[in-house]
Ligand binder design. Structure first.
Ligand SMILES: C[S@@+](CC[C@H](N)C(=O)[O-])C[C@H]1O[C@@H](n2cnc3c(N)ncnc32)[C@H](O)[C@@H]1O
Length: 270
């Protein structure tokens, strides 16, 4: 296989799936978990698919994709992971060319999953009220954009989700989907729902039952139709030491309750 070009992004993958992203470029860099080195020198003569030893670690050089980016992202706020992102993307019908609004953007966990499926024809608008979170999310997204073959048109609005409708509308009208991950979704659903096309869907990510109930009630109050509410339960299995496979010993963790509601036409006047 041909040796990689200068500037190319690669992922160094541990056998357990942990990954480190780096760019073939000259000069010393610090990679958390791997140490300090000159990536161009250390990768010299190696290509994708090769095994390389860095420090004490034996790693496989792979093309970076969403799983490597996710394992290696900087985190400030709690992120939405694959379990919930995958369900939201499928249920809400998000794909190539979709127009999606999401906020709070936080560290960009959900945004990275969205960008992964939206293609170059999609438009993703992220909203984040805290500049220090926006900075972390932006870094994660910019890095992912630099190695993805296709990436949506991405905008990050720094502001409050309840006050950014005009700015979002200025970027794109008639969103197909909006996903709200803030502490008080019910405060902003009314404003966010005005951005949706008829048939478009709005989701609230609600860690607690109180958040779910208030969001549910507010969605109904403003005329949205709640299509799905509940939680995704994930249970991992392991190989048993005496043979066979079985559910592991780790507890079944909770992330959040999800609420998905659709915008429909208003009632006909009598
Ligand atoms: C749990 S984090 C979001 C995580 C993100 N969805 C992810 O997957 O990485 C919640 C974020 O919402 C932001 N936030 C809270 N209220 C907000 C509001 N009204 N408008 C915009 N962002 C808000 C917070 O600053 C925080 O970064």
């Amino acid at each position: 296989m041909a040796e990689g070009a200068r500037g190319e992004w690669v992922a160094l993958r541990e056998d357990d799936g942990r990954a480190y992203l780096l760019q073939r470029s000259p000069g010393e860099l610090k990679v958390k978990g791997l140490g300090r080195f000159d990536a161009e020198k250390i990768l010299d003569g190696y290509s994708t698919g090769d095994r390389i030893v860095v420090g004490q670690k034996s790693l496989t050089i792979v093309d970076p994709a969403l799983p490597e980016a996710r394992r290696n992202m900087s985190r400030r706020a709690q992120v939405i992971g694959a379990k919930d992102s995958g369900f939201l993307i499928s249920w809400m019908g998000i794909g190539v060319g979709s127009k999606v609004l999401e906020g709070g953007h936080g560290s960009g966990g959900l945004a990275m999953h969205l960008a992964n499926v939206m293609g170059a024809s999609g438009t993703l608008v992220s909203v984040e009220s805290r500049p220090e979170h926006a900075e972390v999310g932006r870094d994660n997204m910019v890095r992912m954009q630099s190695f993805m073959s296709e990436f949506p048109e991405w905008h990050l609005i720094e502001g409050d989700l309840g006050e950014v409708a005009e700015r979002a509308r200025g970027i794109c009208d008639n969103f197909d989907a909006a996903i709200i991950d803030v502490a008080e979704p019910w405060v902003v659903v009314g404003e966010v729902a005005t951005l949706l096309r008829a048939g478009g869907r709005l989701a609230c990510y609600c860690p607690t039952t109180a958040q779910l109930e208030r969001s549910w009630n507010e969605c109904e109050n403003i005329g949205l139709i709640v299509e799905w509410a509940g939680e995704m339960v994930e249970r991992r299995w392991v190989k048993a030491s005496k043979g066979g496979v079985r559910p592991g010993n780790q507890p079944m963790g909770h992330t959040a309750f999800l609420l998905i509601a659709a915008r429909v036409a208003p009632d006909e006047e009598e």
